[in-house]
Design a protein around this ligand. Structure first.
Ligand code: HEC
Ligand code: HEC
Length: 199
């Protein structure tokens, strides 16, 4: 009886593993087929420009939201038009977005150990993104530490200015206004979050 139960449990485990493997495999081939790698790198963390983001290891919920928002034009800041144009040409469905996001999230992460500038905690960034810049309080919030400096600096500015106003960016915009984050502080934070300190 016990052995039978164990066998049953084993079969369930095996089939759920099989399902997640299939999804990840789909995500990997879709990432290539939909040309994501041409801009973000084959490993999803070596983008062709410093103003483009690294993706590998980012939170899944956050990734799904951003990919859909860029595709649908809800996020329309900076160079999103390049990606939107490409996605429109390819046609990427919601299910495909989820599969791709799950695959990206499972890849070896870009996230690194950094020492955030003092203004990062003084201006309350840590309350949402974590003291280390890589442990956000929700899966819908992004990890920052190890991201490209130029990309980070631009996104901070855009969320502050309201040029990027998708997803849950309004909460960050409000906090930045309350704590009066200056351009110099934003630049120093971006630089520190992108740098791995020397030993
Ligand atoms: C033509 C180049 C290009 C292609 C192709 C492209 N992207 Fe992007 N992607 C960008 C750029 C540029 C941005 C940043 C936009 C900005 O300036 O804010 C971006 C942003 C993103 C973001 C938001 C990251 C973050 O930290 O907020 C995700 C996620 C993403 N891309 C995933 C994808 C996926 C998945 C594909 C394939 C379906 C794809 N991209 C195809 C150029 C591209
Ligand atoms: C109240 C919570 C909150 C606070 C405080 C906050 N953020 Fe954010 N931040 C967010 C959310 C949520 C997003 C994603 C918005 C979305 O849904 O598109 C975000 C996005 C970002 C991004 C874009 C990342 C990417 O991959 O595109 C950067 C960079 C960033 N925050 C830096 C900061 C900095 C620096 C501070 C402090 C000055 C800060 N945040 C304060 C919630 C917050």
């Amino acid at each position: 009886m016990r052995t039978l139960k164990m066998l049953g449990f084993g079969a369930v485990m095996a089939s759920s593993l099989l399902i997640s493997n299939v999804t990840l495999a789909d995500g990997a081939s879709l990432y290539t087929a939909k040309m994501c790698g041409t801009c973000h790198g084959v490993d999803a963390k070596t983008p062709i420009m410093g103003t483009y983001p690294k993706l590998a290891g980012q939170n899944t919920t956050y990734l799904i939201q951003q990919i859909k928002d860029i595709r649908d034009g809800t996020r329309a800041n900076e160079q999103t038009a390049a990606m939107k144009g490409m996605m429109g040409g390819m046609g990427v469905s919601d299910d495909e977005v989820t599969a791709i996001a799950e695959w990206i999230s499972s890849q070896e992460s870009f996230v690194a150990e950094t020492v955030p500038d003092a203004s990062y905690s003084a201006k309350m960034c840590l309350t949402c993104h974590g003291a280390d810049g890589k442990t956000p309080i929700m899966d819908a919030y992004p990890k920052l530490a190890g991201q490209n400096a130029e990309y980070l600096a631009q996104q901070i500015k855009d969320i502050q200015a309201g040029t990027r106003n998708n997803g849950m960016s309004a909460s960050m915009k409000a906090m930045m206004a309350s704590f009066a984050v200056s351009d110099d502080e934003a630049a120093a934070i971006a630089k520190s979050l992108a740098e791995t300190p020397a030993e």
